[in-house]
Write a protein that binds this ligand. Structure first.
Ligand SMILES: NC(=O)CC[C@H](N)C(=O)O
Length: 224
């Protein structure tokens, strides 16, 4: 299986994600955002950062990058699509995940470690967690998740809320930190599991996120 990490101009977590995937022995490649065809990849990761300088709105320009055509096709095919932080913002802007990420309720960039609840431990992206509270780093200025009442009700009805904040740092609706689409194959979250995979860095609570994905060998063989 091959995994792509999409590099938009302004992405700054490309290598964090690339090395995390390599650490789990995934065949990862960094792919330029100008590449439209992503057919050969079983899993596509949109990393954190400030794509296109966060101009207009976070993710608002990145959604028009050629690679997003390939990402949309992968999502439709049932392949795995993961957006972390700016990647989550891009996926909502592209309409591949519901809702939007707004400026933090208290304006400003937050760089911290926070406690998360694993709200749905049965998803493709959380099944390997054997505890329901974890700690992960956050680093964002626009992590304030919003959705209208109907969308929120639908997220709840379909168990699409995967991670929530224990102490909401940014004003997110219902403490939402990470969600999946209704089909379960497209995921986005504001915290950074890829920065918490090595005990040398003081936190390994991101490891089970990648282990969850690895458990789904059935989904990872698409392009082999
Ligand atoms: N770490 C990130 O991906 C930052 C996301 C985004 N640019 C923000 O500040 O909200």
């Amino acid at each position: 299986m091959r995994a792509a990490v999409i590099n938009f101009p302004g992405s700054n977590c490309v290598l964090d994600m690339y090395y995390a995937l390599k650490d789990f022995r995934l065949d990862a490649e960094i792919v330029d955002a100008n590449q439209e065809n992503l057919d050969g990849f079983s899993a596509i990761f949109l990393p954190g950062g400030f794509s296109y300088g966060d101009y207009l709105r976070t993710g608002a320009i990145a959604r028009f990058a050629p690679a997003m055509k390939g990402v949309a096709k992968a999502a439709k095919d049932g392949r795995l699509v993961v957006g972390i932080c700016n990647g989550f913002q891009i996926l909502t802007e592209a309409g591949l995940l519901p809702g939007a990420l707004r400026e933090n309720a208290k304006p400003g960039f937050i760089c911290d470690e926070i406690t998360l609840n694993v709200a749905n431990p049965d998803s493709i992206f959380s099944s390997a967690y054997d505890k329901l509270q974890i700690t992960l780093p956050i680093a964002h200025g626009a992590g304030n998740y919003y959705a209208d009442a109907q969308t929120l009700a639908s997220l709840k009805a379909h168990q699409q809320i995967i991670f929530t904040y224990e102490d909401n740092p940014n004003g997110s609706l219902d403490d939402i930190a990470g969600i999946v689409n209704q089909a379960g194959n497209v995921f986005g979250m504001m915290p950074h599991p890829e920065r918490a995979v090595d005990s040398l860095l003081g936190n390994t609570d991101g490891r089970a996120f990648f282990q969850s994905i690895l458990q789904r060998k059935d989904l990872l063989t698409h392009a082999d």
